[in-house]
Design a protein around this ligand. Structure first.
Ligand code: ASP
Length: 359
């Protein structure tokens, strides 16, 4: 009799425990953050003929569902779903795709069922897309951009772990309100200051002067710093109704320069020129004459530096007298994005300089 009672108790206990465990498991799935992955191509989706081929592969060949299926561990941390935006090598990125991604990110983040976004991207222009989104996303929810330096088919491919880390970062409370983030090689970088520093190494993204924002250890993000410059929810730029971006070109300052490129740009209908100057944004005499004329045709001129470090501040007073603006510490290619967005709002030079001081 005692034995039967014991067996009955064990059965009841087992049933109650399994129901509870089942309930816990299903509520756990419901409680996981919902992360949307927007895929654009790049080496993270790259395919090569052999596992030892690290260069010369086809970027963007593999679709998002295959990338998601290759990292089932993501399901432990988030409900993940993917959308294929395009399948390009990011050296071919366009303004149209930027506008498409920016609008889609804003649409998704306005949905209360979406907690964060991951964007898979080629590394060549990853920092540009990151900074563009940093200026146009209207949400505090995490947006994380991720790429890889080795194709998906390579031995020791870095894509899968980078993707897992990116999803965990996008699903984390720590990433909220930090602006658009870059997650690669166990490091967290901010969109404004990070740049690709090496052609092939997996440790390519760095903010050489200002440093990483934090690290990802065992998949968990640890932040040490954040950018004080305006971004996402604090940003005044709105792409909702934009169909194209004002054209801004870059001129690379050099010894022996002439004004051929400046003149060609001025004649092209562009609205602005970023001058990637020598040193502290210094301009060659020959190009300077062309820039002064370009400005008379209403092009906005911004001085930046080709050195990759430091801020462009007062140099020769004549460049301020000519109303050439100063690009602060932005790289020429990020200054190009800010000037283009600034020109969607105003042509007032003081206003545009204010934006360069704030973003
Ligand atoms: N060319 C590739 C791209 O930017 C390189 C990479 O993803 O690492 O799409």
């Amino acid at each position: 009799m005692k034995k039967r009672l014991l067996v009955a108790l064990v059965i009841i206990f087992t049933m109650v425990f399994s129901v509870q465990a089942g309930f816990a498991a299903s509520s756990n799935i419901e409680e996981l953050p919902n992360i949307k992955i927007l895929a654009t191509g790049g080496t993270i989706a790259g395919s090569a003929a052999s596992s030892t081929q690290m260069t010369g592969y086809k970027a963007g060949a593999i679709g998002i569902q295959v990338l998601i299926d290759a990292v089932p561990q993501m399901k432990e941390y988030a409900n993940v779903s993917g959308e294929q935006v395009c399948k390009i090598s990011s050296n071919n990125m366009t303004d149209e795709i930027w506008l498409q991604i920016g609008k889609r990110v804003n649409e998704l983040l306005a949905d209360k069922n979406v907690d964060g976004i991951v964007i898979t991207h080629g590394t060549d222009t990853l920092e540009e897309t990151a900074y563009f989104l940093n200026l146009v996303v209207k949400s505090d929810k995490p947006v994380v951009i991720v790429g890889a330096m080795r194709p998906a088919t390579a031995i020791s491919a870095d894509g899968p772990v980078n993707l897992l880390n990116a999803v965990r970062l996008a699903a984390s409370k720590e990433a909220i309100g930090k602006g658009v983030l870059i997650a690669m090689n166990d490091e967290i970088n901010g969109a404004r200051d990070a740049t690709k520093t090496n052609t092939t190494h997996v440790s390519t993204f760095k903010a050489p002067e200002l440093g990483y924002l934090g690290y990802i250890n065992n998949g968990k993000p640890y932040f040490y710093r954040e950018s004080t410059r305006k971004h996402t929810n604090q940003s005044e730029f709105d792409i909702k109704n934009l169909k194209e971006l004002p054209v801004v070109e870059i001129v690379y300052g050099r010894a022996g320069e002439n004004r051929v490129i400046v003149d060609a740009i001025a004649a092209s209908g562009a609205k602005g020129i970023i001058y990637a100057g020598t040193g502290n944004g210094s301009i060659h005499n020959a190009a300077e004459a062309g820039l002064i004329e370009a400005q008379k045709k209403d092009l906005v001129i911004v001085r930046t530096s080709r050195t990759g470090n430091g801020t462009v501040i007062n140099s020769l007073p004549k460049w301020d007298d000519e109303h050439f603006l100063k690009g602060d510490s932005l790289s020429p290619h990020k200054a190009r994005i800010l000037l283009s967005l600034a020109l969607t709002k105003t042509n007032d030079l003081n206003e545009i300089q204010r934006m360069f001081n704030e973003y």
